[in-house]
Write a protein that binds this ligand. Structure first.
Ligand code: FAD
Ligand code: EPU
Length: 335
């Protein structure tokens, strides 16, 4: 059912008040197809959990909320399973289901908000794992032709918070199902320092995938604000990938600055560290601000507009550019 002038406030984790001229949910490709046929000429926005969006204006088009559900096992061997998950399924519930069934590979990505269908959009990742590490293929509805196409790992062109769906194929496809290859008897990945420390705190020396999932949940709860209590969209910026000379200049001045190896000999800096060094951590500007426990997260204390949060992000970008010569890029999708 298509409704008019729908409030999107409860559908985006920033809790921003904005209105959609038209709004509809869809739970099958057939439903999606008939909506697109009827509302052909107007702008559209596909929404999952609204946890990576900043709404800076009302949406003068149709907002379509993906509610395609279903989890199934397509193939099973003694070592692995190939699972197919509906794009409208909640990501964290999928992780818990995998952990419950002892299917390993996604436990490090516990508690990431949002839908399974959005996970390939920016190749979600956390604590040393990205979905490209477990991804097999996906199905997506091609808006122009109404056909469903299959995308392999290579075709998705995954990178750090990147995919072909954010670039060359932007606004051309709706992801409807995602297939992942998960492992049975998997050895856990605890290379990310914070996990090691958390497991030590929990006095666990031979962690299972459930232990890793619990450790990640505990780390995340200790520093990331729960959107149900404080509006936010996770990391607002990407961690910048820079030439080694820029990282070296920062390390010379701040020898303990976090710097990680990145592709092609480049270096990845921690944007949260840069923002904290620049004095923004915990700062409030009107009704929004920079989270006091994680400087990469911008928060809405209540009543902020998308533009106020956007302006705060612009001020941070200018300041980091001036102080460190590094250009921060927004991770959150701005509308
Ligand atoms: P939405 O916000 O609804 O949509 C995001 C974008 O994808 C939009 O452009 C939308 O149009 C598009 N889109 C959504 N679904 C589809 C579809 N089916 N087909 C085509 N396009 C679609 N991300 C990480 O990578 N790692 C983290 O650790 C992490 N932690 C977070 C912590 C918090 C507290 C929060 C609030 C967010 C965090 N995020 C993290 C960001 C966010 O959870 C992910 O980007 C998530 O995948 C977004 O899912 P969603 O369903 O909410 O997407
Ligand atoms: N740091 C600070 N101050 C801060 C925040 C971080 O100095 O306020 C430092 C930390 O001390 C650490 C480094 O920065 O040395 C990295 O911090 P953290 O481990 O918290 O991770 P992050 O780089 O801030 C990234 C992702 C998160 C993901 C975590 C864990 C991006 C943009 N963000 O954050 O993803 O959960 O790593 O893997 O890559 C998201 O995308 O929304 C998100 C939350």
């Amino acid at each position: 059912m298509v409704i008019q002038n729908a409030s999107l406030k409860s559908l985006n984790t920033f809790g921003i008040e904005a209105t959609a001229r038209y709004f509809s949910r869809f739970s099958s490709v057939q439903e999606l197809d008939s909506i697109f046929k009827e509302y052909k000429e107007i702008p559209f926005l596909i929404m999952g959990g609204g946890s990576n969006l900043l709404l800076t204006q009302d949406f003068d088009g149709i907002v379509l909320r993906n509610e395609i559900m279903g989890k199934s096992i397509l193939e099973e061997t003694p070592d692995s399973v190939l699972v197919k998950i509906g794009a409208g399924e909640n990501w964290h519930e999928f992780v818990l289901w995998a952990v419950e069934n002892e299917f390993g590979g996604i436990e490090n990505m516990s508690l990431i908000p949002g839908s399974v269908g959005a996970s390939p959009m920016q190749n979600i990742g956390a604590y040393g794992v990205e979905i490209k590490d477990v991804f097999d293929h996906l199905f997506a509805y091609h808006i122009e032709s109404g056909e469903t196409h299959r995308f392999s790992l290579d075709e998705c062109q995954f990178g750090y918070r990147e995919s072909v769906f954010k670039r060359a194929l932007k606004n051309q496809y709706v992801i409807t199902e995602v297939c992942f290859k998960l492992e049975k008897n998997r050895s856990v990945n605890t290379t990310y320092g914070a996990i090691e420390q958390e497991l030590q705190k929990m006095a666990i020396s031979s962690p299972t995938i459930r232990d890793v999932s619990n450790a990640v949940i505990s780390i995340r709860q200790s520093k990331l604000p729960n959107p149900a209590e404080l509006g936010n969209a996770g990391s607002f910026f990407k961690n910048p990938v820079v030439a080694p000379s820029i990282a070296d200049a920062i390390l010379e001045k701040f020898p303990s600055a976090p710097v990680y190896p990145a592709e092609n000999g480049k270096k990845k800096l921690a944007a949260g560290w840069l923002i904290e060094q620049a004095g923004w951590k915990g700062k409030t500007v009107g009704t929004c601000g920079v989270h006091k426990l994680q400087a990469l997260v911008l928060v809405n204390y209540g009543g902020s507009t998308g533009n106020q949060i956007y302006d705060l992000s612009s001020a941070i970008i200018s300041d980091i550019q001036e102080k460190f010569g590094v250009t921060l890029e927004r991770e959150v999708n701005i509308l």
